[in-house]
Design a binder for this molecule. Structure first.
Ligand code: SAH
Length: 477
């Protein structure tokens, strides 16, 4: 491998640059030099059409004839862009002799500097180099970045550089300034610029500067839904918050694939680890959030699925509020939605289900207060969280209250993850089927007519392990 190049951005305004050659290639190189304010002298035997136009417009100076070393006088930078290799070599040698930086178009070996592929958004520039070895790759990457970095970065850069003095005066300490920028850029400002609302954007910036600074020594907590496991199901906002986190308190349900996307140097605390069957108590989790936020850190409380669905998110917010800590909530895709989608089960269906209930079967004490009558009516879908160990009781209650024994169910284990399994069958054989297939946590139960559609609409992972029902259906077909 060759020695890496050293990237630079040059201020060429008012400085003389010599370009040898005046064909199409040279013209392409001259324009950006002029844009950067360089005084361009073009030396060549004859002028191509484009360069002639620049001369007529008075934008360049022309040195006619064979290359002469005297052309280098006063130049800071030299570009050789003729179609004659000998001349290019001659220019490179003469420039090198004088310790001038020289580039020979398409010849990395003769070049002392390379002109990178670049993306421009106003004063903001991204330059890409492959070290001269694979310019096509650099160009390819540039095209990809072009589509990803939207136009609003130009005005954003202009606006922020105009406000630089004010921002520095307001937040003299780099850490505070960084927090200010993080917050500003996560807010509505970039969106306003994207929509061309420059005045509103300027106002937004002013308001952010006028606002009381984030209380010193006070961090904040983001309650973030990590989704069911597939990192592709994380929201963009969750990703951004994870990238800014100093500390991440995560559940056992937040998958490694999701955690891999978080900031590398964030401290990770697994509060869901079940050492000898016990996980960190809710009080301990509260205490950890408080401790880290009070130390001025940005805390992410990362929960599987959505934080407000059977995730005790409400309790945690009440605690934060009671202690005067700032917080935000980032919703996630809850297990019922993700498992249904990844098992090919539409939770509602015009013919089979007009409503869906999200319920948990975990807290036995509350079973008396459950309206089993209502849950047992057909034409609705039940999505049962934490229900694997209660399948017996669930079946007994539902059958006792009149649900049809042939009602289809689907148990989705590790929904959306590579190891996903789907077990289907009928309500009356549900616990036995789960036992036979050794279903483990996390698993979600979907009960209702729509569950049978998994056998037809599955698309992710292995096809469903069907019981009696699937066999009946395939016999009928
Ligand atoms: N807040 C979470 C639910 C927490 S309760 C959410 O919104 O999804 C934990 C239960 O969620 C598990 O017992 C299981 O029933 C379900 N669950 C979570 N992730 C799951 C997954 N990837 N596959 C199947 N079930 C899941």
């Amino acid at each position: 491998m060759s020695t890496p190049l050293f990237p630079l951005f040059l201020d060429l305004s008012g400085r003389q640059v010599l370009v040898v050659g005046a064909g199409m290639v040279a013209a392409r190189k001259i324009q950006p030099l002029l844009d950067a304010g360089a005084r361009v002298r073009v030396g060549a035997l004859a002028l191509g059409a484009d360069v002639a136009q620049l001369l007529a417009a008075g934008r360049i100076e022309f040195l006619a004839g064979e290359f002469s070393e005297s052309w280098l006088d006063g130049a800071w930078l030299v570009l050789a862009a003729t179609d004659d290799d000998d001349v290019n070599r001659q220019v490179a040698a003469a420039a090198t002799q004088r310790h001038l930086w020289v580039n020979v178009v398409d010849d990395a070996r003769l070049s002392a500097f390379h002109v990178p592929a670049r993306i421009e958004r106003g004063p903001l520039q991204i330059a890409i180099s492959s070290g001269g070895g694979a310019p096509m790759l650099a160009r390819h990457l540039r095209e990809r970045l072009e589509t990803e970095i939207d136009e609003s970065f130009g005005p954003l850069a202009v606006m922020l550089s105009a406000a630089r003095g004010r921002i520095r005066a307001r937040y003299p300490r780099p850490a505070e300034r960084r927090a200010f920028f993080d917050e500003l850029l996560a807010g509505p400002l970039p969106g306003l610029l994207r929509q061309g609302q420059h005045e509103a954007a300027a106002q937004e910036l002013q308001e952010a500067l006028d606002k009381l600074p984030v209380r010193k020594g006070m961090g904040r907590v983001a309650l973030v839904g990590a989704g069911p496991g597939d990192p592709g199901l994380l929201t963009l906002r969750a990703l951004r918050v994870l990238n800014q986190a100093d500390v991440i308190l995560h559940d056992h349900l937040a998958s490694d694939a999701v955690l891999d996307l978080a900031r590398r140097d964030a401290q990770r605390i697994d509060v869901g680890k079940r050492a000898r069957g016990r996980s960190t108590s809710q009080d301990d989790i509260h205490a950890l959030m408080l401790e880290h936020a009070r130390a001025g850190r940005r805390v992410v409380r990362l929960k599987g699925g959505d934080p407000f669905i059977f995730g005790r998110g409400g309790e945690e917010l009440q605690f934060l509020r009671a202690h005067g800590l700032a917080y935000e909530v980032v919703p996630g895709i809850t297990a019922a939605l993700a498992c249904a989608a990844y098992a090919g089960i539409p939770l509602t269906h015009r013919e089979h289900a007009q409503s869906v209930r999200l319920m948990t079967a975990q807290r036995k004490e509350s079973w008396q207060s459950i309206d089993w009558q209502a849950l047992s009516r057909d034409g609705q879908t039940l999505a049962v969280y934490m229900g694997v160990s209660e399948l017996d009781t669930l079946r007994a209650q539902l059958l006792a209250h009149g649900r049809d024994p042939s009602t289809p169910f689907a148990l989705i284990e590790n929904g959306s993850r590579p190891e996903q399994r789907v077990i289907t069958g009928r309500l009356d054989e549900m616990p036995e089927r789960a036992l036979a297939e050794a279903v483990v946590s996390p698993a979600l139960l979907i009960l209702g007519e729509v569950a049978a559609l998994a056998n037809e609409l599955h698309w992710f992972g292995e096809k469903p392990l069907g019981g009696e029902l699937a066999r009946d259906l395939s016999r009928a077909a």
